[in-house]
Design a protein around this ligand. Sequence first.
Ligand code: FAD
Length: 330
Amino acid sequence: MTVPAEFEGTKTDTLSVALTLEEIGRVSPALAVIISVHCSLFCYSILKFGNSAQKKKYLPRAARGKILGAFSLSEPGAGSDATNLKTKAVKQGDTYILNGTKAWVTTGNDADVFILFARSEVKPGVDRLNAFIIDKSLPGVRISKIEDKMGLHSSVTSDIVLEDCRVPVENRLGQEGKGAPIAFHCLDVSRIGVAAQSVGLAAQALDEAVRYAQQREAFGKTIAEFQAVQFMIADMSTLVEAARLLTYKAANLCDKQESFGKESAMAKLFASEAANKIVYQALQIHGGYGYSKEFFIEQLYRDARVLSIYEGTSEIQRLVISRYLLQDDR
Ligand SMILES: Cc1cc2nc3c(=O)[nH]c(=O)nc-3n(C[C@H](O)[C@H](O)[C@H](O)COP(=O)(O)OP(=O)(O)OC[C@H]3O[C@@H](n4cnc5c(N)ncnc54)[C@H](O)[C@@H]3O)c2cc1C
């Protein structure tokens, strides 16, 4: 969806990507994040910042599903503060030698290729981030740990350890020392995907709650006949629509090539927090059965929790939004 026809893809606009992720997010939030990372972080980064050799080498295989891509910025000691990452890429002739540990890589264990960020000395005493395209088959790349997560179980999340991993200079993505702007731009785009994933999950939780409320009886009537339940459903539905509109607005601005970073952060902030409020109420409507794995709402409840954490926590989205309003330098 993010690769053009010249590289064997079926490139569509950002709004269509969002619609797709919303629909997939209804039934499998984990699959939605796998697709979002592959399309909006991996393929998009190479399309936007790669040179023509890199595009020819990776995009056709990525578009055909022959390779799966991942995006590795976070480290055990650097998540929100990502530019403080410690993995080093030391340049020696036409190779960089990478050492360090990356954390929380979505599909890290299953992916064939990573966009991976490391720190390099660009001039004496000055360190900057570089982005690299790294094949998992390279010597010195090892998956060390699979996270035992609360939810999103079919999206495997892992660490990546780099031990004297020699990466050819031609695998650097973008200019020397320009890794941070690459990471931040790509995250601005993919946050629209997380917002869409949140909308899909929230809309499904609402549907589950409505269906259950119309079937479950208490005190001689369906629970849908109690005003307390009706009000929960009204609030949930209003949140879904507001989240959806913010998400589509951010996607539309991105498609029109207008400034969209603030709107993408607003969409991600609002939609992810709305999804969490909605799954809470939807589970409440299910009563005790909502706490049982027999009902889908139990999985949605667990899957929703990460939405306000990954690709920038809600607190980081608030920082991003306020910077647009309070500073002139963006
Ligand atoms: C399931 C999952 C999948 C992930 N996939 C990927 C991936 O594919 N690639 C990748 O690179 N990363 C990935 N991540 C990592 C994710 O992006 C980070 O977890 C996230 O950015 C938060 O970083 P952290 O966990 O280090 O938390 P921390 O940065 O330690 O934050 C802890 C708390 O402090 C708050 N905080 C931190 N700084 C500030 C501040 N300045 N102001 C106010 N509050 C602040 C945070 O909001 C949070 O509440 C994934 C994480 C999860 C859980």
